[in-house]
Write a protein that binds this ligand. Structure first.
Ligand SMILES: *Cc1c(COP(=O)(O)O)cnc(C)c1O
Length: 443
C-alpha cells in the first residue's frame, strides 16, 4: 500500500488542494506565451498556463431568497406551487415555449418527450451515439429502438446525410443532441423530420443558453429537453424541463411526468400510463434562482470557447471544435481533435503534456459510443432480455452498428474544460499551451 492509501479521502483532498495552492503561486510567474526555449513542462520546462481561476460560487443570495420563500409555504408539491410557477416563467424567458413541464432529470425530460410524441414499441428513434446515456433511456423504456447515426467530423453532432440514410418505415423521431452546447444543423434535421413525418426532439441538456441562427435553442424542434443536473450550466442538483409549442405534444407533457394523471381534467380516470417524474418545490426554488444566472454564464462560456478556437486555429494536426459563425455555442466543454499521424506522440502523451503545462485537458469524452457498451451489445436492457427483439418487432443488432466518425472522434478528441470563472487572458494561455505542445510533437 502506498502512504496515500493510509490517508482518508478527506485528508487526501486537503493535501492535494494544498499542492494546488503552491502551484498557483508558481504558475502566476508563467506568462501567456511559451518560454523562449520551448521546453515542455513535462520535460522540466516552465508551465505555459497559470492555474485555472476557480469556478465562482454557484449558489448564493438568489437561491437563499427563493428557499426562504419556499419555507413559508404549506405545500412543497409542484402543481400550482409558486416556485415551480416562477421556474416555468423564467424558463420561458430563456426558451419561449407554451407548454412547460418541470421534472426530476434530463433523462426524465427525454422519456416524457418520447412518450408524448407517441413513440410505440418497435418504433425507431434516430440519435447520436456520442451523448449521455440519458438521451436513449426513455426510448428503451418505451420499448422503442435507438438507431445511431454518425456525426459531423468537427461539430460532433448528427450528420443529416447519415440520418437520412438510416430512416426506415419504422422511424418515428429524431433526437438531436446539441453536444457540448453546439447547436445541431436543425434546418436539415427539421426538413428530414417534416418530409418523413417524424418528431424532432432537441436534447438541450448541455446547451443551456445556446442559439441556433439567433433563435433560442429548443425552439426549433417539436419538443425541447433540458437537464438541471449538477454538472450542467445551471442546476438544482438534479432536475429537468421538457417543453413544446405543439398542440399535438404539449398538453401531454404534464401527464407523462405525473403518473398519467391529468391535473386539468376532472374525471380522475387514467387515460394514459406513465411514471412519476415530478420535480418538487425545493428543486424548483433553486432552479428558478439559477436561471437568473444563465445569461451571464452562457455569454461568458460562448466568448471563452470561441476564443480558444481562434487561438488554436490553423495549427497543422489540430482540428478545433467547429461552430457556425451565426450560432452561439455555450461550451459545456470544448473539444479539438488530433489529426491521425500528424503528431509524433499518441493522444495520451499529448494530453499528459498539456496537463503538465497546466491545461484542464482530458482525453475524449465517453469511453465508447453508446452502442459499444455491454448492455447494448448484449441487448440486455430488461433483466438481460429485450422484449421487442424477442417479439420480432426489431432486427437491431448493436454489435453490428458502426459509426466510424463517432468512433474516430472519441479516439482523437482532446477535451478542454471551460467555465465561467475563467477569463480571456487565461484562455489565451491555454491556447498558447496547445500551440506549444503541438509544435513540439508535430511530425
Ligand atoms: C446530462 C445529460 C442528459 C441526462 O440528464 P440527467 O439530468 O443527468 O438525467 C441527457 N442528455 C445529455 C446530452 C446530457 O448531457
Amino acid at each position: 500500500m502506498t502512504p496515500r492509501g493510509h490517508l482518508s479521502r478527506r485528508h487526501f483532498l486537503a493535501a492535494s488542494s494544498g499542492a494546488l495552492g503552491a502551484n498557483t503561486l508558481r504558475g502566476q510567474e508563467a506568462g501567456d506565451d511559451p518560454a523562449p526555449d520551448g521546453r515542455l513542462a513535462i520535460d522540466g520546462g516552465p508551465k505555459a498556463v497559470r492555474e485555472s481561476p476557480p469556478r465562482p460560487r454557484r449558489w448564493g443570495e438568489p437561491e437563499r431568497e427563493r428557499l426562504e420563500a419556499m419555507l413559508g409555504q404549506d405545500s412543497l408539491f409542484y402543481w400550482k406551487g409558486p416556485q415551480t410557477g416562477l421556474l416555468v416563467e423564467r424558463f420561458r424567458e430563456a426558451c419561449p415555449l407554451e407548454y412547460v413541464m418541470t421534472c426530476s432529470s434530463g433523462t426524465a425530460a427525454l422519456h416524457i418527450a418520447v412518450a408524448a410524441a407517441g413513440i410505440a414499441p418497435g418504433d425507431e428513434v434516430i440519435t447520436s451515439p456520442v451523448t449521455d446515456i440519458g438521451t436513449v433511456i426513455g426510448v428503451l423504456y418505451q420499448q422503442a429502438v435507438p438507431v445511431f447515426a454518425d456525426l459531423g467530423r468537427n461539430t460532433y453532432n448528427l450528420d443529416p446525410e447519415d440520418v437520412a440514410r438510416r430512416i426506415t418505415p419504422r422511424t418515428r423521431a429524431i433526437i438531436a443532441v446539441h453536444l457540448a452546447g453546439n447547436p445541431c444543423d436543425l434546418d436539415a434535421l427539421k426538413a428530414l423530420a417534416d418530409e418523413h413525418g417524424l418528431a424532432l426532439i432537441e436534447d438541450c441538456a448541455q446547451a443551456w443558453g445556446a442559439r441556433y441562427r439567433g433563435r433560442p435553442i429548443g425552439t426549433i424542434g417539436h419538443i425541447a429537453c433540458f437537464s438541471l443536473q449538477d454538472s450542467k450550466h445551471v442546476t438544482c442538483g438534479d432536475g429537468g424541463v421538457v417543453a413544446s409549442n405543439e398542440e399535438r405534444y404539449g398538453p401531454r407533457l404534464q401527464r407523462f411526468g405525473d403518473k398519467g394523471f391529468d391535473r386539468l381534467g376532472s374525471s380522475g380516470l387514467f387515460e394514459s400510463f406513465a411514471t412519476n417524474y415530478r420535480m418538487s418545490e425545493p428543486q424548483a426554488a433553486v432552479a428558478s434562482a439559477q436561471l437568473t444566472r444563465l445569461e451571464g454564464i452562457a455569454a461568458r462560456r460562448a466568448r471563452l470557447g470561441d476564443l480558444l478556437t481562434e487561438g488554436i486555429a490553423g495549427l497543422p494536426g489540430i482540428e478545433p471544435h467547429a461552430v457556425r459563425a451565426d450560432d452561439r455555442c455555450t461550451y459545456w466543454f470544448s473539444m479539438f481533435r488530433l489529426r491521425p499521424g500528424a503528431m509524433r506522440c499518441d493522444r495520451a502523451e499529448f494530453v499528459r503534456a498539456l496537463v503538465a503545462e497546466g491545461v484542464p485537458a482530458t482525453a475524449g469524452y465517453i469511453p465508447l459510443p453508446l452502442y459499444g457498451n455491454p448492455v447494448f451489445r448484449e441487448h440486455g436492457f430488461f433483466a438481460g432480455r429485450w422484449p421487442v427483439k424477442e417479439l420480432g418487432l426489431t432486427t437491431m443488432d448493436y454489435e453490428a452498428v458502426s459509426c466510424p466518425e463517432a468512433e474516430a472522434i472519441l479516439e482523437s478528441g482532446v477535451r478542454v474544460a471551460i467555465h465561467e470563472g475563467m477569463d480571456e487572458a487565461y484562455i489565451r494561455g491555454v491556447a498558447a499551451a496547445v500551440r506549444k505542445v503541438a509544435s513540439h510533437y508535430s511530425a
